[in-house]
Design a protein around this ligand. Sequence first.
Ligand code: SAH
Ligand code: SF4
Length: 369
Amino acid sequence: MRRLPLRPLELVPHLPVAGGGDAPPSAPSPVRSDAWALLPAELGERGVGSGSASFAALQRPWRWKLGVPDLSPRLLARLDELGRELPVVQRQERSDDGATKLLLRTGGDLIESVHMPRHVAAGGRVTLCISSQVGCAMGCGFCATASMGFIRQLSAGEIVAQVLVVLQALGPRHPSELTLVFMGMGEPLHNLPQVARAIEVLSSPLGLGLAPRRITVSTSGLVPQIDQLGALAVRPLLAISLNATSDEQRRELMPINKRYPLAELRAALQRFPLRPRERITVEYVLLAGVNDGLVDAERLVAFCEGFTHHINLIPFNPHDHAPFQPPSEEHLRRFTQRVLDSGARLVTIRRSRGRDVGGACGQLVQAYG
Ligand code: SAH
Ligand code: SF4
């Protein structure tokens, strides 16, 4: 197996401690965007008129006037005190495939979101990939975001505001046409309190009303936080980035495996409470000559025994920060066939969108320095 240029675990700052809680390593930015994360009753308690009406005015961007919620100057002033800043769209890059990568400035930091309409010509359904942190602490050897290191957590207000700003800029107008995936920058379960609050707000029927089943949180495998996610009252779907089928290789590709090895991760997935017809998505990034052997295909299927799942194969998206290549189409076909022959029921291949503008999975990175 090829040796990877990985930092040792000790040098990956802010990695959550084994079995510990999810205390954010740095508090999210104070105030600034906090009003976006308040529920209707909380707005009312803070003197923002009728909480429900103000909440709807804030959370339904298609009702905004010139980018500002349609509320009286007095209420807007009160919201300013609570923190009404929105991320600013610094740049939009549209890919040939119709996806748009948006560069957003929030506080002093840059984050990225990727807007992916399903049918470019017809409009309609959109998958929006959003960030949960500035950078990421997990240090995965194949991921461009890892090269930034961890900068800070996004607050719940910044996460909600990120969604609303992108909706306002690019739609869809109706939330029933929106699917949200926490697959942008950052490890969402390393910021679970803020991510959970953002999901609660975004799914409130008085605002956007996004069904929790249209929200997917993807994680590199933080076991205690997977359990906490499973216990949330407003619970999104779970996706797990597996990416290797032996502890030895997963440790090397994904340092988090040193804290939570495959057996612990698998046990957490097996006890995750699924609703009827719900599946855990198992993401597997294929790195040519590294983790794409046919025996890996067999072990991948074996790992997924015992929980209802969907295997999502992702050919590696090349970038400057990692030495890997995707497998050939021919090998991808062979690998997929072996997964199916090993007994997997549902297997899909993710054709990443926005690759030509650096907006595909694992290509999201901003230079700091
Ligand atoms: N931190 C979370 C979510 C963000 S990464 C997680 O790791 O799950 C979203 C997905 O992109 C993960 O499945 C990850 O394995 C994948 N990914 C990272 N770098 C990639 C790359 N260069 N090519 C393809 N997929 C990549
Ligand atoms: Fe972080 Fe996910 Fe990238 Fe790993 S793959 S470094 S967890 S964003």
